[in-house]
Design a binder for this molecule. Structure first.
Ligand SMILES: [Zn+2]
Ligand SMILES: [Zn+2]
Length: 600
């Protein structure tokens, strides 16, 4: 059980979900109810409704929920036989399906696969409503503060029963519940802010990327400014990698199906892959992962212990299936580029190489000001069958990761079921300015793929030994990472990442010539600059530049042209006044080269 599941907030939200279902059934007596688990920062419940839900319904339901909370209704737990439960839910087909699966040991009562066959079904009742549920709940509905609860309806909130596109489409209603009204207000504020910062809106406004229905869903098209931003990140990481002994490799976008059968990506990840493509007599997959390709480069030569560690890096594009309903801007796409690297190391080198890979990730995040992060050691769920390899090696690998965290003084939690299919991993979970958590950056230890591909090196004693692999990616997916950066910075990127770093604003037409000559000097100094030679008035030009979050606005008029100065205004509205051009260049270059988060 995670600490969240053990918390009071979890019980409050779980209970609020039951109360939402009660209120919904009062509003829609014919509604069919599905499942309603607590989630991060709230809860939801899925319904099959006789008609589309309106704002008015939702307001009614929210008011009714608060009324139920104010009442004195204990949450009462009892057990029933499967037949009693079936009778109780005879008009609720989704519940009947869950009961059958519980009895057969296929799911728990949140609909998640696992669980032993259940002989008794646990039920929770409050007031007039009973649900299949193992709890935990608050003791009484009045333990929830009605002023700390709200429905947060997300339109469109469609969801498929059991996440299966071939099953019924349900209406998902989201709510949130906190201990105090202040916490609720803070959350709603963050939600509003998140909407305002939505990377899809900001990306559109800044001209970073677009989508075309003719190209396809979940396939972003990077416009020049977005591509420049992405390229700046890539070039930076490429250099950091070169400085740390990584070697670039390049591999194709497809690979023979047998390659992925050997690696185990097929069939383990079959559901997230596209159907094989037939070329001549062979079948190929769009590359779901880069690892097997890099492995074949390792395998292309006989390796000696003197060659190791070998560190191969590639910005490798992979393709994974996502349901169309799950697609979301840049953060959930169907093709994305991983800043991937695979390290082939000896057992003796493993700890140091792992720690060095972690240090690069820490450096990357710190540089970007993403300093609020935690580390999670993901180990396999011993119950699950989706993992390959023997348990001794799994334990050994997990031991190395935990030891590395200790030696790096990196606070970490260990969580079951968060491993890759071939080995345990260390994930970095970032909290952005809106306190939202994102899983970025990962380092994995892998004994399994070297085994499956029979990788070898010749040892000092002239024996054949097996290397260990480290998989790592600081950004993870370039698409998702940039989506998160856009929201984190609300489009106001650090100067070194800004697609346009300075804009020349000539006060009138007769200052355009001077503005152009200044721009040429800035470009020569490596500063990305545009000249706003439009007919708009100066105030409007400043407003446009502010909209675009351009760090420096350089306003030039007669006096500047005569004295060789620029009047510098920051996107924060701070006015630095006139300064000699050389002085501005020195300041801006200093900020850019140091990757500072400041503007001056
Ligand atoms: Zn429940
Ligand atoms: Zn890999």
């Amino acid at each position: 059980m995670s600490s969240y599941e053990a918390s009071k907030l979890y019980r409050i939200r779980h209970s609020a979900a039951h109360i939402m279902a009660q209120a919904m059934l009062e509003r829609f007596p014919e509604a069919k109810i599905a499942i309603g688990p607590p989630i991060e920062e709230g809860f939801y419940y899925d319904f099959d409704l006789p008609r589309p839900i309106t704002e008015e319904d939702l307001q009614w339901v929210e008011n009714r929920m608060k009324e139920i909370m104010r009442g004195d209704h204990p949450f009462v737990c009892r057990e029933a036989t499967p037949d009693e439960a079936r009778k109780l839910f005879k008009d609720q087909p989704y519940k009947l399906e869950l009961i059958n699966d519980l009895v057969n040991g296929r799911v728990d009562d949140n609909g998640n696969p696992i669980a032993e066959p259940a002989e008794r079904i646990t039920l929770y009742t409050q007031d007039s409503f009973t649900d299949l549920c193992r709890g935990p709940h608050v003791e009484n509905t009045h333990d929830i503060n009605p002023d700390a609860v709200s429905i947060t309806f997300k339109m469109p909130a469609g969801a498929y029963w059991r996440g299966d596109e071939n099953r019924e489409q349900l209406t998902r209603i989201y709510g949130t519940a906190w201990e105090t009204p202040e916490e609720l207000q803070d959350y709603l504020h963050r939600l509003e802010e998140a909407k305002r910062r939505d990377h899809r809106l900001v990306g559109e406004k800044l001209g970073l990327f677009t989508f075309s229905p003719l190209v396809g869903k979940g396939l972003p098209l990077w416009k020049p400014k977005g591509a420049l931003l992405r390229d700046t990140l890539e070039r930076w990481l490429r250099q950091v990698q070169l400085d740390n002994g990584y070697q670039p490799v390049v591999t194709p976008h497809i690979g023979n199906l047998n390659l992925y059968k050997t690696s185990g990506h097929y069939p383990y990840y079959k559901d997230s892959q596209y159907a094989p493509i037939q070329i001549d007599e062979e079948e190929f997959l769009l590359k779901p992962m880069n690892c097997p390709h890099h492995i074949m480069i390792y395998k292309s030569e006989l390796r000696s212990y003197r060659d190791l560690p070998i560190r191969y890096a590639e910005f490798g594009t992979v393709y994974r299936y996502e349901q169309s309903g799950e697609l979301h801007g840049l953060t959930r796409v169907r093709g994305f580029t991983v800043d991937d690297a695979h390290l082939f190391v000896t057992q003796e080198q493993l700890l140091k190489e792992f720690m060095d890979a972690v240090r690069i990730i820490q450096y990357v995040f710190n540089t970007l000001g993403l300093t609020d992060f935690r580390a999670r050691v993901g180990i396999r769920d011993p119950q699950s069958e989706k993992y390959v390899g023997n348990s001794e090696l799994w334990d050994k690998a997990a031991g190395i990761i935990i030891q590395a965290c200790r030696e790096l003084n990196l606070p970490h939690v260990v969580e079951e079921g968060e491993a890759a299919f071939y080995g345990p991993k260390l994930d970095f979970i970032i909290r952005d300015t809106l306190k939202r958590e994102w899983q970025l950056g990962t380092v994995q230890v892998d004994y399994t793929l070297p085994e499956r591909f029979e990788l070898e090196y010749v040892s000092e004693e002239n024996t054949r030994e097996r290397p260990v692999m480290i998989h790592r990616a600081p950004f993870g997916s370039m698409e998702r990472f940039i989506g998160i950066l856009i929201e984190h910075f609300n489009g106001a990127f650090p100067v070194w990442l800004s697609p346009v770093q300075a804009v020349m604003i000539p006060i009138t037409d007769r200052h355009i010539e001077y503005a152009e000559s200044v721009a040429a000097q800035l470009r020569a100094a490596g500063i990305r600059v545009e000249v706003d030679g439009s007919k708009a008035r100066m105030g409007a030009k400043i407003a446009t530049a502010r909209e675009q979050n351009i760090p420096y606005m350089l306003i030039v008029g007669d006096r500047d042209a005569a004295a060789g100065t620029v009047s510098v205004r920051l996107r924060t509205d701070e006015d630095l006044g006139a300064m000699p051009l050389a002085q501005f260049i020195e300041m801006a270059k200093g900020i850019i080269e140091s990757k500072s988060l400041a503007l001056n």
